[in-house]
Design a protein around this ligand. Sequence first.
Ligand SMILES: [Zn+2]
Length: 515
Amino acid sequence: MAERSQTAPEAGNDMGNDDAIGGNVSKYIVLPTGYCGQPKKGHLIFDACFESGNLGRVDQVSEFEYDLFIRPDTCNPRFRVWFNFTVENVKELQVREIVDVFIVGLRVIFNIVNFSKTKSLYRDGMAPMVKSTSRPKWQRLPPKNVYYYRCPDHRKNYVMSFAFCFDREEDIYQFAYCYPYTYTRFQHYLDSLQKRNMDYFFREQLGQSVQQRQLDLLTITSPDNLREGAEQKVVFITGRVHPGETPSSFVCQGIIDFLISQHPIARVLREHLVFKIAPMLNPDGVYLGNYRCSLMGFDLNRHWLDPSPWAHPTLHGVKQLIVQMYNDPKTSLEFYIDIHAHSTMMNGFMYGNIFEDEERFQRQAIFPKLLCQNAEDFSYSSTSFNRDAVKAGTGRRFLGGLLDHTSYCYTLEVSFYSYIIGGTTAAVPYTEEAYMKLGRNVARTFLDYYRLNPLVEKVAIPMPRLRNEEMEAQRKKEKPPPYKHPLLRGPASNHPNGKGDKRRSVNHKDPSNPF
Ligand SMILES: [Zn+2]
């Protein structure tokens, strides 16, 4: 989430020294207390030593219950939200049939015990993601198996517990806070685009992170707009300044996929606008499995005022480019949009700035209003405009102050969990495809904003289906077999300590969920 004050109590609290966690667990075998022999089937092995992995410590509570500790962001113990780890060497569960009801004989309970936040969408039905070797597509666990509550055993921290059945002994299971989107995946995606040799897509390295990872800058526009002396209307988009906010990358990919497509709207947009996109501002944080910070523990979205070339090199590079474009009389920087994900709100929505000039303030509301018409998951009523002091170092606030009255700067937020369609109360969990669709709708909205609709008919050709839509249709045909899930009686009786919190009642409607 972009805009949480570091001083707010829910933003993070320091851990005591006795909780210090150095790194990720590496093929950590949990053996029962007093057991000395070779590990056996059923002695779970936990691992988070892989890209974007995060799990710092495992404590066995009983044969079937484990306390799990998130590894704090590197050099910043205040942030503990993102987790991503594997479990293997599982023992298949025994299933007995009793009077037409399948009762699962064994199950495990995982308690994530050291979240740094108190408010969470877990209260509203969010559930961790799971996939396994034989079912490689990420699924959300059924919300009925997930509990979020204040736990006296863990200094009254908020704990998220979930029950799970391991049903295939050979599978490696992976659990994550939200759909992972790694630096390597991003690099492969850009490599595949580059290989297509599109004359309206350009990739360059704008800089490097502290650990020498690429800061990629994409330019998508008709080659005519790049001729010497051509005037440019620029839309600048950034993402993943907060590394745990993986939905940002899916939205960003949706924007890119749409803009490089042969869709008539995309062709008109490329003719009229220059899109500059830096999709991953914090590649080290993404690689390391941090939630909010860079390698050195900085929240980069609080350092726009004076980024250091050695401590915040990616931010420094992007800021330099934006300032340079602003000073170029041939360039009109019209939009800056920074994409984040929100851990307590539903839907997509925006934050904007407050200006003394009433007309500018009103005009700033136009883009989110148009986006609301195009995207059923975007909420204008959740969109807000502010100038809080704690947000002075954000990209939106800093550039809003720097750029002139013809530029608009927004933070685009999208929920880690779900959206509620207007006029209903049903929470629809976001899928990877739904995040990308929001991105496509963001791109389309520039057509409405610049009133370019009449031009679309002129370039209209038989409309090819978008690749993502085709892939989604294909995926729907190939549903993986579902996981078995424990049958539970209810929160209070489920948790071993009996401390389950009541959740707000939400009607879950996810067509992709087989449960
Ligand atoms: Zn954020």
